[in-house]
Design a protein around this ligand. Structure first.
Ligand code: NAP
Length: 251
């Protein structure tokens, strides 16, 4: 059993997470498709199996401690270890409106309850899942953690008046939540470096998914590529970094 390489992708029933799960399965990993809706998780896992991959659905709402604990218990009993964790589950807070186009994220008028909801999933959920999976990651020979951030996490990029976010709306919810994801990535990397666990943040780019009402220009397969690359790094790979498919990103 233990020679199988196991990956868990949160929020893998659709979008970038689902494409990442399919790509990891195509590389020969056993993929656990995290989904808060078991029916949609099973549908995604079945599609991966139909394509010849090894996939299982696990019911996982990152804001629900019970499902987080049950997922860890399931992996422990079934596989005894976890090789790669991709913390992909995320919400914009504004439904299918891109966060840089969302009037309800403007700082001076934002609804604090919405900010809390976004942080609950994008930040606190990531900590809860990571900490629950760490004992299993420690049982793997070359464990990897990938945290899905965004270009909008970069204070350098969003603060540049001539940069890619110039003219777009400022976000008091999504962007800061993703900046917290990159900050946590550095914190975890610093703690886990001595244990050989590589932890990196990634930005998939502007990807055609439900989260931006399909206004993105990259396919989910293109967006998932950097998640998969960072989940399968060799021993000499980086840790505590922030990467897009084009290379390192500024903090
Ligand atoms: P998506 O199609 O809306 O997928 C988001 C996934 O996260 C869905 O599976 C969703 O499940 C899941 N999710 C949401 N809340 C959850 C929770 N509490 N517990 C477990 N799963 C939960 O969006 P996407 O564009 O693929 O986004 C994937 C990641 O990429 C997110 O972290 C997003 O912020 C990031 N990202 C996306 C873009 C882009 O251009 N699309 C750019 C930068 C970063 P349900 O189906 O149940 O809602």
């Amino acid at each position: 059993m233990n020679e199988r390489t196991i990956a868990l992708v949160t929020g893998a029933n659709k979008g970038i997470g689902r494409a990442a799960a399919a790509q990891l399965a195509a590389l020969g990993m056993t993929v656990l498709v995290g989904a808060r809706d078991p029916r949609r998780g099973e549908e995604a896992a079945a599609a991966i199996r139909s394509a010849g991959g090894d996939a299982l659905a696990v019911t996982l709402d990152v804001t629900d401690a019970a499902t987080v604990g049950e997922t860890a218990k399931f992996i422990e009993e079934r596989f005894g270890h976890l090789d790669a964790l991709i913390n992909n589950a995320g919400i914009t807070g504004s439904g299918q409106v891109s966060p840089t186009d969302a009037v309800d994220q403007i700082p001076s008028t934002v609804d604090l309850a919405m900010v809390r909801t976004v942080f609950e999933t994008n930040v606190f959920g990531l900590i809860a899942v990571t900490n629950a999976m760490l004992p299993l990651l420690r049982h793997a020979p070359a464990p990897r953690i990938v945290n899905v951030a965004s270009h909008a996490a970069s204070l350098t990029l969003i603060g540049d008046p001539d940069g890619p976010f110039a003219g777009l709306l400022p976000s008091a919810a999504y962007s800061p939540s993703k900046s917290a994801v990159t900050a946590l990535t550095v914190a975890y990397a610093n703690e886990l470096r001595k244990d050989g666990i590589l932890v990196n943040a990634v930005a998939p780019g502007y990807v055609d998914t439900d989260s931006n009402n399909h206004t993105g220009f990259l396919t989910v397969e293109q967006g998932a590529a950097i998640l998969v690359r960072m989940a399968t790094l060799g021993a000499d790979g980086p840790t505590g970094g922030f990467f897009s498919e084009e290379g390192p990103l500024p903090w």
